[in-house]
Design a protein around this ligand. Structure first.
Ligand SMILES: C[S@@+](CC[C@H](N)C(=O)[O-])C[C@H]1O[C@@H](n2cnc3c(N)ncnc32)[C@H](O)[C@@H]1O
Length: 582
C-alpha cells in the first residue's frame, strides 16, 4: 500500500465513511447486574475549536479619535485587514490539511486491507512461498493467547476479549481453541471488507461446530462474537454499545487529576492488537488515542497483548548501515562515537547489554499459566478430554494476502543483505559502502540519496533519507526522536506492501505506563520460538501448526524447524509483548 508519498492528494479517496452502528445487542449474560452507562462524549472528534467571540465593546472605553484618518491610514488599515484575512485562510487551510492527512492515512490502511483477497487455506498451506513464516506468526500469536489470556480470577460472566484490529478474523480460531474460550469476543477493525469476512468466518465456524468449541480440555459454550468497523486509534471505543456494556473508562490515562487505575469490576479481561499497533505511531495523538482505548477498555489486572515490528532491530540496522556508509562520523545528535560493540549489533538488532531488557521477570503467577498440563505426553483423545488444541490448528488464517499494493506502486523491493551493504541504488554509479563513504556530504543525509534499505529475498524495509512531512533526517544513531511519525515502507513477498511507522520501544513503554499499563513480557519472535517451543503443549501446537516437524531430525536445517533461514530472518523483525492494567 502506501509509499512515502502516500499522503499526496492523489491518494485521497472519499471522506471517512459514516459508520452504520449495529443495533445495541443486549449480551444479556454480560450486561446482567451492570448499570447502564451513560454515553461518553467522543474524546477524539476532530473539530476546529470555535473562534473566540470578540470581546464586547464598551463604548465608553473606545479611544476617542482625534481626527478622521486620512487616505494613507485607510489604505494601510485595508492592507492589514487583507493580510490578516489571508493569514487566517492559510491557517484554516493548514488545519484542514492536517485533519485530512490523518483521515487519508487511516483510509489508506483500510483500503490496503480491504483489498486483501481470501486465497483460502489450501493455497496458504501449499502454494505460499512463506508458509513457514505464516505458520510461525500464527503460532506466536497462539502462544501469546495461551500464555496470557487466563485471568487470575475466573470472571463470573466468562472471559471477555477485545481485538482492536481483528482484520479478517484470523485469530478467531485461536481464541476458540484457547484453554479458556471467551464468552465474548468483540472484534473491531477500520477495514470494512475485512470485518465482513471476519463475521462470515465466525458464522461459518459456529455452523460447523454447532456453536460449541473445544477449549482447553472440554467442550464449551459458544463464543459470542460481535464485529464493528471502527478506527480504534482515532475514535473512542465508548462509541460502541457492547464495549460500554462490558465496561469502558473514558478517563483512563494521564491528566485532569484523575486517579489512575482500571475499573474494579467492569472492562475486558484481554485486549489484543496483533500486527497493527505500529499504524498508530503516525502521530502522538493517534498513539495516545490507541492507548486511551486500550486502557479504557481493560479491567484492572486485564492483559494487553500483541505483536509488532521491533524498534531495536530497526535502530541497530539503521545505525549500522548509516555508519557503514560514512564510517568516521559521529553517530547522531549525541555526538558520541560508535563503540566496537555498537558497530557489531547483529541482525536481530540485539547488541551487548540489551539482552536483559528483553524478558523482564514475570510475576510468579505467569508461570502457572497452565497448571493442569500433565507432565507426561498424553495421547490425543476424541472424548472431549483431549489436551488443549488438538483440533485442526493448521486452519489458522492471517491477513497477509494482498493481491496488489493498494497504494502508489512501490519500486520493486531490492534484496539487500543487512549484514553486508546498504541499499543498492540502481541509478548510482556505485553502491558499495566504501563508495558511499567517499561521497562528500553524508553527515546529514541528502534527499537525492536512495532510500536506506535492507532485507532479503522475501522482505524489504525501506526508509527515506528524510521524513517527507517533518523533513527530519534518518538518525545516524538510530534513535528516533521525537518518537512519532517515522514512516518507512515494508514489503513482504506475496503479502505486505505498506507504509508503517517505527514504534520506539522505550518511548512506547513509558507512554503505556502513563495509561496504567505495566510490562509483563517482551520477546523477539526468535526468542519466543526458542523459549516457548520447549513447553509440552506449545511444542505440540508448533507441530500441528507446521512450525516444527514431529521428527526433530527433519525440517529445513535438520533440527525440526520448518521455517527457512530467510523466513526466520523476516520473523526477527517482530517482537511480542504483554502488559497488564494496574
Ligand atoms: C496486518 S493486519 C493484522 C490483522 C490481524 N490482527 C491479524 O493478525 O491477522 C493489520 C490490521 O490493522 C488494521 N488497522 C490499521 N489501522 C487501524 C485503525 N486505526 N483502527 C482499526 N484497525 C486498524 C488493518 O485494517 C488491518 O486489518
Amino acid at each position: 500500500m502506501a509509499d512515502d508519498d502516500a499522503s499526496t492528494p492523489s491518494n485521497v479517496t472519499a471522506p471517512r465513511k459514516i459508520q452504520k452502528r449495529k443495533r445495541e445487542t443486549p449480551a444479556s449474560r454480560l450486561a446482567a447486574n451492570k448499570s447502564a452507562r451513560t454515553s461518553t462524549p467522543n474524546a477524539y472528534a476532530r473539530r476546529t475549536p470555535p473562534r473566540e467571540a470578540p470581546p464586547a465593546r464598551d463604548d465608553d472605553d473606545e479611544p476617542k479619535q482625534l481626527k478622521r484618518p486620512g487616505a494613507g491610514a485607510r489604505i494601510a488599515r485595508e492592507q492589514k485587514e487583507a493580510a490578516d484575512t489571508a493569514r487566517r485562510q492559510r491557517e484554516d487551510e493548514a488545519r484542514k490539511n492536517a485533519a485530512n492527512r490523518q483521515t487519508t492515512a487511516a483510509e489508506l490502511v483500510a483500503e490496503h486491507y480491504n483489498a486483501v483477497p481470501e486465497r483460502g487455506r489450501e493455497w496458504r498451506k501449499t502454494d505460499s512461498q512463506i508458509k513457514g513464516l505464516r505458520s510461525l506468526n500464527n503460532w506466536i500469536k497462539s502462544t501469546l493467547i495461551q500464555k496470557f489470556s487466563r485471568p487470575d480470577v475466573i470472571p463470573e460472566h466468562g472471559l471477555t476479549v477485545l481485538d482492536m484490529a481483528c482484520g479478517k478474523g484470523g485469530d478467531l480460531g485461536k481464541w476458540e481453541k484457547a484453554p479458556m474460550v471467551p464468552a465474548l469476543y468483540v472484534g473491531c477493525d477500520i477495514a470494512e471488507v475485512s470485518v465482513d469476512q471476519a463475521k462470515q468466518r465466525h458464522a461459518e465456524s459456529m455452523r460447523k461446530s454447532g456453536g460449541r468449541h473445544r477449549g482447553g480440555r472440554q467442550m464449551t459454550a459458544p463464543m459470542q462474537a460481535e464485529f464493528y468497523v471502527q478506527d480504534t486509534f482515532g475514535r473512542s471505543l465508548a462509541e460502541i454499545p457492547i464495549i460500554r456494556q462490558v465496561g469502558f473508562n473514558p478517563n483512563a490515562g494521564p491528566g485532569g487529576g484523575i486517579i489512575q487505575g482500571g475499573m474494579m469490576t467492569g472492562g475486558f479481561d484481554v485486549v489484543s492488537m496483533m500486527f497493527a499497533l505500529h499504524y498508530s505511531f503516525e502521530s502522538e495523538a493517534l498513539a495516545r488515542g490507541m492507548l486511551k482505548n486500550v486502557a479504557g477498555a481493560l479491567k484492572k489486572g486485564g492483559r494487553f497483548l500483541g505483536v509488532m515490528p521491533n524498534s531495536d532491530v530497526i535502530t541497530a540496522t539503521v545505525k549500522r548501515l548509516l555508519q557503514a556508509e560514512a564510517p568516521g562520523q559521529t553517530p547522531g545528535a549525541a555526538g558520541k562515537s560508535a563503540t566496537p560493540e555498537e558497530k557489531t549489533g547483529d541482525a536481530d538488532g540485539k547488541e551487548d547489554g540489551e539482552e536483559e531488557d528483553w524478558d523482564p521477570e514475570r510475576p510468579a503467577a505467569e508461570d502457572d499459566w497452565d497448571p493442569e498440563a500433565p507432565s507426561e505426553p498424553q495421547p490425543a483423545s476424541t472424548n472431549g478430554n483431549a489436551p488443549a488444541n488438538t483440533a485442526d490448528e493448521e486452519e489458522e488464517e492471517d491477513d497477509w494476502d494482498p493481491e496488489k499494493p493498494s497504494a502508489p506502486a512501490a519500486p520493486p523491493p531490492q534484496t539487500t543483505n543487512p549484514s553486508a551493504t546498504p541499499a543498492a541504488d540502481p541509478t548510482a554509479s556505485s553502491s558499495t559502502p566504501s563508495a558511499a563513504a567517499a561521497a562528500p556530504s553524508t553527515s546529514t543525509p541528502t534527499s537525492d540519496q536512495p532510500p536506506l534499505e535492507w532485507g532479503n529475498g522475501i522482505y524489504t524495509v525501506r526508509f527515506p533519507r528524510h521524513q517527507p512531512l517533518t523533513r527530519l533526517p534518518l538518525p545516524r544513531d538510530g534513535i528516533f526522536r521525537p518518537p512519532y511519525g517515522w514512516k518507512y515502507h515494508y514489503a513482504l513477498e506475496e503479502a505486505v506492501n505498506a507504509a508503517e511507522y517505527v514504534v520506539p520501544w522505550e518511548g512506547f513503554r513509558a507512554l503505556a505506563e502513563d495509561y496504567g499499563l505495566e510490562l509483563l513480557y517482551r520477546k523477539g519472535f526468535k526468542e519466543v520460538l526458542e523459549d516457548e517451543s520447549g513447553d509440552r503443549e506449545l511444542g505440540m501446537l508448533a507441530e500441528r501448526m507446521g512450525v516444527m516437524s514431529r521428527d526433530r531430525s527433519q525440517g529445513v536445517g535438520g533440527d525440526g524447524l520448518l521455517v527457512t533461514g530467510e523466513e526466520m530472518e523476516a520473523a526477527g523483525f517482530y517482537h511480542a509483548f504483554c502488559f497488564y492494567k494496574t
